[in-house]
Write a protein that binds this ligand. Structure first.
Ligand SMILES: NC(=O)c1ccc[n+]([C@@H]2O[C@H](COP(=O)([O-])OP(=O)(O)OC[C@H]3O[C@@H](n4cnc5c(N)ncnc54)[C@H](O)[C@@H]3O)[C@@H](O)[C@H]2O)c1
Length: 308
């Protein structure tokens, strides 16, 4: 199998390479000079922008991937700050990629959508087919690409599959994401740095530990077509509040300092995202089930960061 991963220098992409089969050929492309963390040995890295139509088409034509994992994106904070670049990368870049995929007979495209594709007011739990009216520009691009991918799937036969990821708790979180606060609470406290949060103590959007995220991507990437009943799937793991996370961390690091200087703009965006989510289709269709709740995530992540 050959896997092309756009946004291949990023947080999730680099970690995912270690989950893909060691016999696979993996090509990572990104505008960054180098990957954020070390990818697997069967990966190679190429600097290339998703906004360069010709480069993307040439890359797909030459490499001939079986699967494209399309991770290149501006995340929530960056998209709010620079809508024009977010449009070019998240929308135009995706259009060029899907066009090239169809032209060069790529079979499958996996797309990490986001819970940010929904917007408040939202019920708990969020039903599977709840209308998507995101409050942020990033969420708008994610909801739109889900529709774009549905068109390519239904009209052009491309096997487009999207999963709506919650906030991912992980080492190397994107500096451009409003959601990075959750990862940084762990990272900064382990490094004995004080934490000042822009969210509210009560902010409790859905979260997922990186190991569960990589497991979900692996499952959806390799799921049998015949089992899939939709093109976009909700995923849910847990939704602790910022204050719940702080309490959990303090059980391991009692002297850490976690304070709040709530920025209403950031907090309102985070609080517009889903908390509890019905993800029964992912569970029924391709066997998704999370392993890490807050307690397990805290223990595992603090151990990982302490050993690093
Ligand atoms: N981390 C999360 O909490 C989360 C949640 C939901 C969805 N997602 C999605 O998962 C994907 C990966 O997220 P991540 O956390 O690894 O973010 P990340 O910021 O680490 O990775 C995104 C990568 O896209 C690259 N990129 C930006 N502009 C580009 C361009 N013009 N051409 C090529 N590459 C470009 C960046 O350099 C970066 O390496 C993204 O699509 C993101 O929207 C992430």
């Amino acid at each position: 199998m050959k896997y092309l991963i756009t946004g291949g220098a990023g947080n999730i992409a680099c970690q995912l390479t270690h989950r893909l089969p060691s016999s696979a050929e993996i090509l990572l492309t990104d505008i960054a000079e180098q990957p954020r963390s070390t990818p697997s040995e069967n990966s190679r890295y190429q600097v290339s922008s998703i906004c360069d139509d010709q480069a993307i088409a040439e890359c797909i034509e030459t490499f001939q991937p079986d699967v494209i994992l399309h991770f290149a994106a501006l995340l929530s904070g960056q998209s709010e700050a620079d809508r024009k670049t977010a449009w070019h990368v998240n929308m135009q870049g995706t259009f060029s990629l899907l066009e090239a995929a169809v032209k060069h007979d790529v079979y499958r495209v996996i797309f990490p959508s986001s819970l940010a594709s929904f917007g408040s007011p939202l019920p708990d739990p969020l039903p599977e087919d709840y209308p998507q009216w995101p409050r942020g520009f990033y969420g708008f691009t994610k909801a739109s690409v889900e529709r774009m991918g549905f068109y390519y799937r239904e009209a052009l036969g491309l096997d487009f599959r999207a999963i709506r990821l919650p906030i991912i708790v992980s080492p190397n979180p994107s500096p451009g994401a409003a959601s990075s606060y959750a990862s940084n609470m762990f990272i900064d406290t382990v490094l004995q740095r004080p934490v000042t949060l822009k969210v509210r103590p009560t902010s409790n959007p859905a979260l997922m530990y990186i190991d569960d995220c990589l497991h979900a991507i692996d499952l959806i990437t390799h799921a049998d077509c015949a089992l899939l009943t939709r093109s976009s799937y909700n995923l849910y793991s847990c939704n602790p509040s910022a204050s719940d996370i702080a309490k959990s961390i303090k059980q391991h690091l009692p002297d850490c300092t976690i304070d709040y200087e709530t920025d209403n703009k950031v907090a309102d965006l985070i609080d517009s995202w889903p908390r509890q989510i019905d993800d029964s289709s992912a569970r029924n269709d391709w066997g998704w089930t999370p392993t890490f709740d807050l307690t397990q995530m805290t223990t595992h992540f603090i151990d990982l960061l302490t050993d690093a």
